[in-house]
Design a binder for this molecule. Sequence first.
Ligand code: SAM
Length: 299
Amino acid sequence: MSHAHGTHAHGTHAHGPHEHGAPAHHPHEPTPHDSPDLSALQAEVLDLDAEVLASHIASLTDWLPLTAAPRHIVDLGAGTGAGTFALLARFPEAHVTAVDTSAPHLQRLREKACAAGLEGRVRTVQADLDAPAWPELGTPGLVWASASMHHMADPDQALRHVRELLAPEGLFALLELSGFPRFLPAGEEAALEERAHTASDRFHAEHVPHRGAEWGPKLTEAGFTIADERTLDVRIEAPENPAIARYALAGLTRLRTTVAETLSPDDLRALDTLIAPERLTERRDLTVRTTRRIWAARP
Ligand SMILES: C[S@@+](CC[C@H](N)C(=O)[O-])C[C@H]1O[C@@H](n2cnc3c(N)ncnc32)[C@H](O)[C@@H]1O
């Protein structure tokens, strides 16, 4: 039996900009890799996002305007493998190279691959995609980057790398989310959640400035032709699915770490009451509301 194997790209380290940390040029800000707790929390959020949105992610892999089924796929900023596993399921003949800065995320991805018997179809590469040169990633027919390009300090450079990497007939699928999901159904709780997001948006505007960027023009500038694009409005109300409450708990706990110093003391207290695990995970009225955008581009 073969094993999912990892490569540590030369000269790269597990350090880079992250959703709830800061880009490399803000070294005073925490990143998930500075704190095992933050890294584990991010991994949990990514896993729950993959679980709760599985059918939506599958619908996006079905939608891809490919000219031929890809044999080799590269997942950039793969995290714990949301895209990797969706793509392995969609393209049974393909193997996936999953690239990320985070050693713990890639370790988790490898463990999941082994548990699913998919280890022979997955390679992990630990690398910083902000580095001027990328490691050897082959000539993929599909490059997938979900919620990772906005983390780049220089996304234009990364997009040029993707164009050079792709096979001539290949496709680049770039996914981004417009803000983090909302969970509270209504009333003062939803208003509190919104205020926390406003505070978090201020943090991200400073530290992760490319979040919410217009990727269409950036792709064109990098030499891509946009084949298609799509906006997916996700509204999940599934009281019988306990993963939604777990996702809300992990997501709101992570949101709290970002806004702890900027939210008003009253709001912070109210948020702490709201996210007390024994209360939140019992709830069956939580929803997942989020918007994902995807661009499909040819080199
Ligand atoms: C929001 S997560 C998305 C993970 C996954 N694509 C998904 O959709 O669940 C962003 C990922 O990008 C990775 N990342 C951020 N900056 C990076 C960089 N400079 N090079 C490689 N990976 C990076 C992070 O470690 C993280 O796993």
